[in-house]
Design a protein around this ligand. Sequence first.
Ligand SMILES: Cc1cc2nc3c(=O)[nH]c(=O)nc-3n(C[C@H](O)[C@H](O)[C@H](O)COP(=O)(O)OP(=O)(O)OC[C@H]3O[C@@H](n4cnc5c(N)ncnc54)[C@H](O)[C@@H]3O)c2cc1C
Length: 420
Amino acid sequence: MSVKRGAYSIWSLMRNALSYHENWQRAWRSPDPKPRYDVIIVGGGGHGLATAYYLAKEHGVRNIAVLEKGWLGGGNTGRNTTIIRSNYLQDASASLYEHSLKLWEGLSQELNFNVMFSQRGVMNLAHNEHDLRELSRRTRANWLNGIDSELLDTTGVKRFCPIINVSPESRYPVLGATVQRRGGTARHDAVAWGYARGADAMGVDIIQQCEVTGMRIEKGRITGVETTRGAIAAGKVAVVVAGHASVLAAMAGLRLPIESHPLQALVSEPIKPILDTVVMSSSVHVYVSQSDKGELVMGAGIDGYTSYAQRGSLPIIEEIMASTMELFPMFSRLKMMRKWGGIVDTSPDASPIISKMPVEGLYFNCGWGTGGFKATPGSGHVFAHTIARDRPHPLNQRHTFERFQSGELIEEHGAAAVAH
Ligand SMILES: Cc1cc2nc3c(=O)[nH]c(=O)nc-3n(C[C@H](O)[C@H](O)[C@H](O)COP(=O)(O)OP(=O)(O)OC[C@H]3O[C@@H](n4cnc5c(N)ncnc54)[C@H](O)[C@@H]3O)c2cc1C
């Protein structure tokens, strides 16, 4: 079943202006769950919704449900600092993140929904010899993979971002940086809403306030899930729940090599445009950008303890502020407005798991940790392929669950940077 829906355009804007914008069509339906689906996707974040979209669009699967325990994008999708880039070290990750970046470049047109993708460049700073060597090695690896990356010296950093403090007197002087100009930011909610609207138009049932509480497994094969709205049968079940991946795996009797940690961010009061790029520093430990509303968006490293509470501790906030002051002393009199936390699913090699599981018909997509927002389109795209064909897409062939047994890790702690 597909749902007829008018495209968003200048004409629809004008038409709806005549009725004071009170008659816009709902962006997606709110159906009751059916007794059975061909594919159930657990988790209504960006990754889950993108998976549903590409499953319907590219693989012709129509009888799909996305089950979300809260509201769409209420998890990490709606809590992150939206940094997008593809300059990872290993071939297996660089090609996956670059695939995603290419999808971002056409996403607003693809979805007929403005995801506000802004290619304002992402700069990674170096503050010591080790940073310089790591960034230089990664830049060369990026070139070999056809990914844009530039190395800057201190003068180049100042030219690219004039408000940054490059004084040699500072505690961690800026010695250089890399820039990926095609990187940038996007509007997080819009990504979830755009994919939801697109998937719903192809007949995908998006069911909010529906928590999966158990899995039905018979003779080694998944047959459905139990939820707060009753049992639902399924041919295949795909789990994309970020920080709750281990909880869902335990329902299927599996143990994942994942730790769930709080990751926090905060925003300042809005000010006039002052920062037109994204600045990240893994040594001073902060990442900063300015939103279209004018707020400075700042992110931290993870809180050291494991937790499922979507908040973090105050010392981390203090650290972000100290690091921000180090790089941008001119922000010292800004007031901070809000802070929040999400629960991120960190894996031992800082790379995701996009994989079939030992239970037939069960698939997991997790382990994106602090850096999965940038991968939303690519992750959904390759995960849909994995589910539909029951084998990995060439781009996620190495991102298996079994790599933690074989030792074929995809080590990305350097490129994962301060947090992502
Ligand atoms: C503060 C912060 C800053 C970040 N900054 C960046 C960044 O700048 N760049 C970047 O690339 N990444 C960043 N990330 C990471 C990024 O947000 C995530 O990797 C990504 O959004 C994960 O998307 P997702 O769709 O898998 O997860 P989520 O958006 O978390 O979606 C998972 C959904 O599953 C649902 N769920 C859980 N359990 C159940 C259940 N039992 N039944 C039904 N539904 C369930 C949850 O409610 C949730 O909505 C950041 C994360 C945080 C917290």
